[in-house]
Write a protein that binds this ligand. Structure first.
Ligand code: CA
Ligand code: CA
Length: 211
């Protein structure tokens, strides 16, 4: 697992946050299964590389999604304990430091062709967060998928400095076929929060250190 030391970017808006870095650099994240991009956004799918999960090949990277046991170990979650029988999926994750008062916040978009069984999730220090399931994807076609739904996740502010691990993933449940994707395209402005940290800051700090 790659671990990056965060240079926190504290902001009252978006001006100092590196959206471009967030969108274009997934190399600083640990990856499990199929992780790539859709329209410039970090994206993970549950589509196998051979394309046999779907009528068209929706795999992004050439890497197959992993089995549920591996996905759980990577994402630090127990799907069954949270009501889901995950079969296979993919995820990306990052470990970083937060200061007291900071939150983790991101926009997400769930894309799916599966009307029944797929889920998009996050895991923050092993706490399972359901972002969306197939039934919630009622916003219509997007990026070649038949249904979609978008949202924003913002954690509660951390009460003390901490090192936290955030995973973002998508999984088939109950069966293996008909695929979905989770996009995390942008950071979220939280102008009312005095000590907001967005995950995009991580990418920005990584790129600055590499420069
Ligand atoms: Ca699949
Ligand atoms: Ca599925």
């Amino acid at each position: 697992m790659k671990t990056n030391t965060l240079i926190p970017l504290i902001t009252v808006g978006l001006a100092t946050l590196g959206q471009a870095a967030f969108i274009t650099d997934i190399s600083a994240w640990s990856q499990f299964g199929d992780v790539g991009f859709i329209s410039g956004a970090a994206t993970t799918t549950n589509a196998v590389s051979t394309g046999t999960d779907d009528l068209v090949n929706l795999n992004l990277s050439g890497n197959d999604p992993g089995a549920d046991v591996g996905l759980e170990a990577f994402s630090l979650v127990d799907f069954f304990a949270n009501g889901y029988t995950a079969t296979e999926g993919s995820a990306l994750k990052q470990t970083f430091s937060v200061l007291a008062g900071e939150s983790v916040s991101f926009n997400w978009q769930f894309l799916t062709n599966d009307s029944l069984d797929d889920i998009a999730f996050a895991s923050l220090d092993g706490v399972f967060i359901l972002l969306a399931d197939s039934a919630a994807a009622t916003s219509g076609p997007a990026f070649g998928f038949s249904q979609s739904v978008s949202g924003t996740y913002t954690s509660a502010p951390f009460g003390a400095p901490a090192t936290v691990t955030l995973a973002l993933g998508v999984a088939d449940t109950d069966d293996f076929s008909v695929s979905s994707a989770l996009r995390v395209p942008t950071i979220v402005p939280e102008p009312s929060a005095p000590m907001l940290f967005c995950i995009a800051a991580l990418f920005a700090s990584t790129r600055r250190r590499r420069a």
